[in-house]
Design a protein around this ligand. Sequence first.
Ligand code: ZN
Length: 281
Amino acid sequence: MTSATMLLMLFYLAVPAFANITVAAPQTAFQGQSFYLSLFADKPVKEANATFQERKAPFFPVGDKYKAILGTMPECKPGEYTIAVKIIKEDGSVDWQSQKIKILAKDYGKVSFYVKPAKKKAILSRPTLVQDEWAPIEKTLVVKRPERFWEGKFIKPVPGITTMDFGVREYINDKKRGYHRGHDFRAAMGTPVMAPNDGEIVYASQTQAFGGTVVIDHGQGIHTLYFHLSEFLKPVGTMLKKGDFFARTGNSGISSGPHLHWGMSVQNVRVDPMQWTREQM
Ligand SMILES: [Zn+2]
């Protein structure tokens, strides 16, 4: 037997060992949107994660398969990307698989708005205010537990009309400030805010930049965020059911009028929350 034949035989023998695990991914996803990978295995796997743009997303058991939900940023460069999937089997052996996905451009537009001098002064007096106040909020955007609390589609947290979509390029007082990483609803002062799905309140605090802020942990690294609130109705640690009121809207922090800023975080990537009201993840 030649060495080439032997190599060929080894290759074919190796195939069945990989055939019991398959990973499925969508072919395309838009900038700023969420998507998921499905992993099917004939034997339980110990651990699996997907790496997309240097960020890891763990797989969790959902029904008869495993799912990893990933998010893309609105500034993610359109083009083809490789997602690496690492699978640790029950016996400790490791499988690697890869999936290709094409990120498509989405035009979210741009907007200019102005904040009042008093608020601007307070913000400008501390140039690192936003980063400083964001740090403790970001600490909550982690996988706290492997349980999935949410079920089905998310509901809108307030009934108001949209005042600004996710992904819009923001100019505040004529200065470029980045992308709008949430969805804004018009809401009169004191409008009660509903939990869009089941989850635990993991953060509730007043900040100068984001105003009254709440973070809900929906499990498996999925979180929703609420800014500019005027009142907290439930303390940190409260388990909420879809539709429960937990806060009231306001105009606190860097805000040009009463509204609710609703954010969504997928493994610490801010994505479009409205997609989750249309699609089941
Ligand atoms: Zn906003």
